[in-house]
Design a binder for this molecule. Structure first.
Ligand code: GLA
Length: 728
């Protein structure tokens, strides 16, 4: 049993293999957070201390007890306006204008397994999953909050969400509905958040949490390149391999907010959920609002330990079972090879050469539909442009399959160009402010996915294409941030619902397509990695990691992404040198090694490669297949500390049974007479003996992990090393 309730003390204990999460409903019904951290078998309520802090008020029914204050006690889901001055989890306006929410324990239920979340992505149940639902109630306004906890013992993950129900008679206006709130009464933390921009996503930044409030988030209607919905709180001394680390990952692809507050007594509150700016939701009597889920995890084994737990839960319970095992196809994408300039003949030439190289799938990117020879027009018109192609999609796909390749196609379903038949017919299907010229992004507008007829249109249009030809893969793009988030189908009072209803529409479309085409591989994309989040991963087992395909830039991007997400979810391609984004020249070998730590593919003109390059590509693909399991299923370790100022980036994969390991090291700055690049390996068996491939030398696991391994000095730009160790 991973969830236990102790009747006498009112304590709930949620246990995973290595962690304990403890909550207590106290005598006054306040739900207190007792502890989250390394597993103990103790009642942790001794950690709660009551004291009278000035200006921290006391509930009326406890008059005289000045030591009891909502403002000083660790809360499980903080209300607002009734004496806790810290970050609220929920904000509601009642019909009389009051903004107070006072939540008290009203009951609980413990059940085996978990129920799916209607309309939202969720963490799929495992055989061990148990669910705790605690109901909190505000007796005055009739708001009921059902806090859900799904425990995943094997991965050391606790999944939380909240369902807000209007159990009263009057409508309520939600202004904030966080997915989770966690109070850490003791300890000083650093926060690591993942910022970025188009072409440079998920760059970790580590900051000591100051007193007061710090927040990260996105107001773009998308999880964004700029701020990933994932933060880590770690002990001040935590490193990649040692120390306390807590992760908080929101499973949502829309706007989000992660807030932290260190209060007067040094306790830290973390709140995560849908972005409240611009959000409001009318909850009529009897209606419910379901928040997205948050994946909480704790590791005492540093950042690498925490990352491995997220990798496991995502690979095992987020990614669809269909894609959890087996290598994904090695693909070639036409974008950087041809951009908008192609016809079927050119694509078939690419396909022929790609086949000779060992590539398994050809993906036709943007430009095959409507009037689409540049990014000014055509989005929304999902009809094959046979004039441009010179044939039908079926003919093209048949010929590609006849060569022995699979075939994939690019879509950007949620968008529309003003210059499109769709927009001319349905201008009100775009999110635009009345009487105001819309702000453009890449010359396009955003469709109003909150409207059922828009979702239905897209479903039919996409099915028509997918039914017309054999298509095994779809690249699902999203190439601008949302603004003018006004739905012409919602009344004025409900415009605050448009952004979340947009996400529900997108999820519905993905869900319907996957129900109809269960074998369709959908790769998420948003100008690269602008929607790289656990929500999209529920539908798309891989996401194009960045529009920056430069291998040296990718070292940072993929490393940053790895804190929360496994490499098997990161779309990574070998592209041309000089690189199209940076102009940098890099060796093909280095490009191959970097892309291999992802869902591998190519994004270059295969005809432009010399004979020796072609040979090297064949070898890369053979290596990818040799190591595919180890990379996709093995344990991943970053071998450098964050910001260590070093001249190389190193990472490795160790088989889960420790019998094999693959070590990668790319030198980002070669120095004359520099130090030897040096790393300590991880995840091996100390007593086992390992042979380094390509030689006779044998090392013990203990030697490689404690004594480490040093690499010879090299010359030239951006050399890479790859070492393969196998137990003998
Ligand atoms: C986005 C994607 C690219 C490519 C283009 C096509 O930028 O990230 O990979 O598909 O759109 O327009």
């Amino acid at each position: 049993m991973s969830i236990q309730f102790h009747e006498e003390t009112g304590i709930f204990s949620l246990t995973t293999e290595n962690t304990l999460y403890q909550i207590r409903a106290d005598a006054s019904g306040v739900l207190l957070h007792l502890y989250y951290g390394k597993k103990t078998d103790t009642d942790m309520s001794y950690l709660i201390r009551y004291t009278d802090r000035g200006f921290s008020g006391n509930p009326h029914e406890l008059a005289g007890n000045r030591g009891f204050s909502l403002d000083t006690l660790p809360q499980e889901y903080a209300g607002s306006g009734v004496g806790d001055y810290r970050l609220p989890a929920v904000q509601v306006i009642s019909p009389n204008g009051s903004r107070s929410v006072d939540l008290r324990y009203a009951g609980h239920e413990i059940t085996a397994g978990r129920k799916p979340l209607p309309g939202l992505p969720f963490v799929r149940e495992s055989r061990e999953t148990e669910t705790l639902t605690i109901t909190l109630r505000d007796r005055v306004i009739g708001l009921e909050v059902q806090l859900k906890y799904h425990v995943f013992p094997g991965q050391d993950v606790i999944v939380r969400s909240a369902r807000l129900v209007n159990a009263g008679d009057e409508p309520l206006l939600l202004e904030k509905a966080a997915s989770a709130c966690v109070d850490f009464p003791y300890g000083r933390f650093d926060v690591i958040h993942f910022h970025g921009r188009h072409c440079m996503e998920r760059i970790p930044e580590r900051l000591p949490l100051p007193r007061g409030m710090v927040s990260f988030g996105s107001r773009r209607g998308m999880s964004s390149h700029h701020s990933n919905p994932f933060v880590i709180l770690c002990g001040r001394g935590a490193t990649e391999d040692f120390g306390d680390c807590y992760g908080c990952m929101l499973m949502y692809s829309g706007g989000h907010l992660e807030e932290m507050e260190v209060d007067q007594a040094g306790s830290t509150r973390l709140v995560s959920g849908i972005q409240p700016d611009g959000f409001s939701w009318t909850l009529n009597a009897g209606e419910a609002f379901q928040t997205p889920e948050v994946l909480l995890s704790y590791s005492a084994e540093g950042l690498n330990g925490l990352s491995r737990q997220y990798h496991d839960i995502i690979r095992q319970q987020v990614i669809a079972p269909r894609w959890q095992q087996g290598a994904r196809p090695v693909l070639i994408n036409s974008w950087e090879a041809a951009y908008f300039d192609f016809d079927a003949e050119k694509i078939l030439r690419f396909a022929r050469t790609a086949k000779e190289l060992g590539i398994e799938m050809l993906v036709l990117d943007d430009g095959w539909f409507g009037k689409r020879d540049n990014d000014n027009s055509g989005l929304g018109d999902w009809k094959v442009n046979e004039r441009k192609l010179g044939c039908s999609m079926k003919e093209l796909s048949d010929q590609i399959h006849a060569l022995g390749l699979q075939f994939g196609l690019w879509f950007e379903p949620e968008m529309v160009n003003e210059d499109s038949d769709l927009y001319r017919a349905h201008p009100d299907w775009a999110l635009t402010d009345p009487d105001r010229s819309p702000t453009l992004g890449r010359n396009q507008l955003v469709l109003d996915m909150s409207r059922q007829e828009v979702v239905d249109y897209l479903f039919d249009a996409m099915c028509a294409v997918l039914d017309s030809a054999r298509i095994e893969y779809v690249k699902w793009d999203f190439n601008r941030s949302i603004c003018n988030c006004y739905s012409h189908a919602l009344p004025a009072s409900r415009q605050g619902e448009a952004a979340h209803r947009f996400m529900l529409g997108t999820y519905q479309l993905l869900d319907r397509l996957l129900t109809r085409y269960p074998d369709l591989l959908i790769e998420g994309c948003s100008g690269g990695g602008g929607r790289f989040d656990a929500g999209m991963l529920y539908y798309c087992p891989q996401i194009w990691c960045s529009d920056d395909t430069d291998a040296i830039e990718r070292l940072e991007i993929q490393r940053g992404t790895s804190y929360g997400y496994p490499v098997s979810t990161m779309g990574a391609h070998v592209s041309a040198s000089p690189n199209h984004q940076t102009g940098r020249l890099t060796p093909l070998r280095t490009r191959g090694i970097v892309a291999q730590s992802g869902t591998f593919g190519y994004e270059l003109n295969p005809e432009g490669q010399s004979e020796s390059e072609r040979e090297e590509i064949r070898q890369q693909i053979a290596d990818y297949h040799r190591y595919a399991d180890l990379i996709a299923q093995g344990n991943y370790y970053r071998l450098n500390e964050l910001d260590d100022g070093g001249d190389f980036v190193a990472w490795m994969f160790a088989a889960r049974d420790g019998r094999e390991a693959l070590v990668n090291l790319v030198i980002s700055h070669v120095r004359a007479n520099g130090p030897f690049p040096f790393v300590k390996l991880r995840g091996l068996k100390p007593d086992a003996r390992y042979r380094l491939e390509g030689g006779e030398q044998v090392f013990s696991g203990a030697a490689l992990m404690n004594g480490g391994f040093s690499f010879p000095l090299t010359r030239g730009d951006y050399p890479a090393h790859q070492l393969h160790f196998t137990e003998i």
